[in-house]
Design a protein around this ligand. Structure first.
Ligand code: DX5
Ligand code: ZN
Length: 217
């Protein structure tokens, strides 16, 4: 089980400090939410922030691209030091080609599903990807409520993975805390993004320990 703190809820004026903090407390990935103000209403940061953080952590940088036509940005994010790049199937009419592009760069490829998007839409790229992200909130903002119906989607994906013998990780993102993480784990998820649960707390390190505890039970 892997924990990926989302720096969307970190202090943007102290990103280096907030990344180091979760690394010291056993985080597995740093989740970086890139938003373009088009695919989602919010705007966050670009490849220059990935590049700036790269020398300050040994953890894999897990980049979640919430942008229209992500194919045009793969090169830039790969060069900046992303270890995993996730692209939304809804944002790209050439999803297969974009995943090929990510892999050509020797970066792990992830495909992402919005809550309203069914698994059928990604069935023909599942053999290519290293990770599938099942969004458990509508993307754009931290601190939203977990959407219960997504547990069924995680189960469905996990069954398909077992049937076909695929090896991708199943990541969940949105409204994750100990309770929801536990239920997502039972449904088949193994990578857990958490933003506000970790960074909005007095003691982010303790929050990671709490998550780790329920995920190891
Ligand atoms: C939402 C982002 C998430 C966000 C999750 O669009 O993809 O990564 O940071 O925030 P929480 O954990 O607060 O729901
Ligand atoms: Zn995210």
């Amino acid at each position: 089980m892997k924990i990926a703190p989302s720096i969307l809820s970190a202090d943007f004026a102290n990103l280096q400090r907030d990344v180091a903090l979760v690394e010291q407390h056993g985080a597995d990935y740093i989740h970086i939410d890139v938003m373009d103000g088009q695919f989602v209403p919010n705007i966050t940061f670009g490849a220059n922030v990935v590049k700036a953080l790269r020398p300050h952590t040994k953890l894999p940088l897990d980049v979640h691209l919430m942008v229209e036509n992500p194919g045009r940005l793969i090169n830039e994010f790969a060069e900046a030091g992303a270890d995993i790049i996730g692209v939304h199937v809804e944002a790209d009419i050439h999803i297969h080609r974009t995943i090929q592009l990510i892999k050509e760069k020797n970066v792990k490829a992830e495909v992402v599903l919005n809550p309203g998007t069914p698994i059928d839409t990604i069935q023909h790229v599942l053999s290519m990807v290293d990770q599938v992200l099942v969004m458990t909130v509508n993307p754009g903002f931290g601190g939203q409520i977990f959407i219960e119906e997504m547990l069924g989607k995680i189960r469905e994906l996990s069954q398909l993975k077992a049937e076909k013998g695929y090896h991708f990780d199943i990541q969940v993102d949105g409204g994750i805390g100990p309770e929801t993480a536990k239920r997502c784990k039972e449904a088949g998820a193994n990578v857990f993004v958490a933003g506000s649960y970790i960074y909005d707390a007095e003691d982010p390190g303790q929050q990671i320990s709490r998550l780790r505890k329920v995920l190891s039970e």
